[in-house]
Design a protein around this ligand. Sequence first.
Ligand SMILES: NC(=O)C1=CN([C@@H]2O[C@H](COP(=O)(O)OP(=O)(O)OC[C@H]3O[C@@H](n4cnc5c(N)ncnc54)[C@H](OP(=O)(O)O)[C@@H]3O)[C@@H](O)[C@H]2O)C=CC1
Ligand SMILES: O=C(CO)COP(=O)(O)O
Length: 333
Amino acid sequence: MGGMTNVTVLGAGAWGTGFGRVVADAGNDVTMWAIEPEIVADIRENHQNSYRLPAAGTLPANMTATGDRAEAVKNAEIIVVAIAAQFARVALQEFKDLIPASAIVVSLMKGVEKNTGKRMDEVVREALDLPASRFVAVSGPNLSKQVALRQPTGAVVASENDDAAQAVADACRTDYFYPVTSNDVVGVEMAGSLKNVTALAVGMSHGAGNGENTAGVIMMMGLNELTRLGEAAGAQAETFQGLAGFGDLVATCSSPLSRNYTFGFNLGKGMSIEEATAASDGVAEGVATTAAVLELAGRLGVSMPLAEAMNHVLKDGYSFQQMFAALMNAQGE
Ligand SMILES: NC(=O)C1=CN([C@@H]2O[C@H](COP(=O)(O)OP(=O)(O)OC[C@H]3O[C@@H](n4cnc5c(N)ncnc54)[C@H](OP(=O)(O)O)[C@@H]3O)[C@@H](O)[C@H]2O)C=CC1
Ligand SMILES: O=C(CO)COP(=O)(O)O
């Protein structure tokens, strides 16, 4: 590709906007697509996204927006998808006949689809009828508000196609965002989605008044079980110890800026699921992912005590004490 690239981001949420700004900072022309006219107008006219990522402040001049699907993608060389995971399939179907035949499609999403148990690489490829050679996943310790402040971080850019991964890494490399390439798409997808379940549990523990000892137990169990499930699904074990695994788990489980951590924190404080949902500043993917992961684990014959215990919280109203006891009992089995 080389030089300046035309990049379109579908979904001007917190991370779509944050990653779009990284790509613009890297010198590329960026078009954001959003459903809401007020977000499109805010980016186009006021050069900001005060609805979803005010922390980014003024957006650069090489970043614009449109609400028109065909216009959004017609010249795109790279199309980045940053839509809440449970809505990705339905939203992408509208773009199926519009995207250029050679465009690379990147997923930033960290979730597993409810009902199907499918990863976002599977959902995106099915919805767009896209070959694996044109699909790339980007994941890492990337809390959007910290990226918006240009605090240094890294990310894994994964594809079966080395050239596609390299093109996307080149498009998002800046002096504060450091991509590394990988060919473990399954591992990167699984790590990014599953650590959200751990973040819900760690947040819940802190919300219930516990400190780092308890968090350490939960993080250890989360990393173990996401590695086991990932390996059973065909991922490489080392991916889970890298940026997209351990790195993102630590960031997400340690920060009140994480919607997953905060959702869990609010449950731990005693809020209901409905209250925590209403209080959330954007989508907490781990909530829908928890049940989806168990479905996948059942199919692959992997035991996931943490996901099971969190599912009891979300479905049966378990308190933190009940959740942690279930986890410890399962460990002794
Ligand atoms: N925020 C973060 O720090 C990070 C987030 N991610 C991942 O990125 C993905 C997006 O998250 P983020 O941007 O933060 O979430 P937000 O909640 O801020 O935004 C969600 C986006 O999805 C869009 N959306 C929801 N439903 C639909 C629909 N039916 N059709 C079209 N668009 C829809 C929203 O549009 P609308 O405005 O209409 O609601 C919005 O653009 C998630 O999978 C998340 O796990 C990954 C790394 C970091
Ligand atoms: O993926 C994340 C950070 O890398 C998690 O952020 P959220 O919990 O806010 O979605």
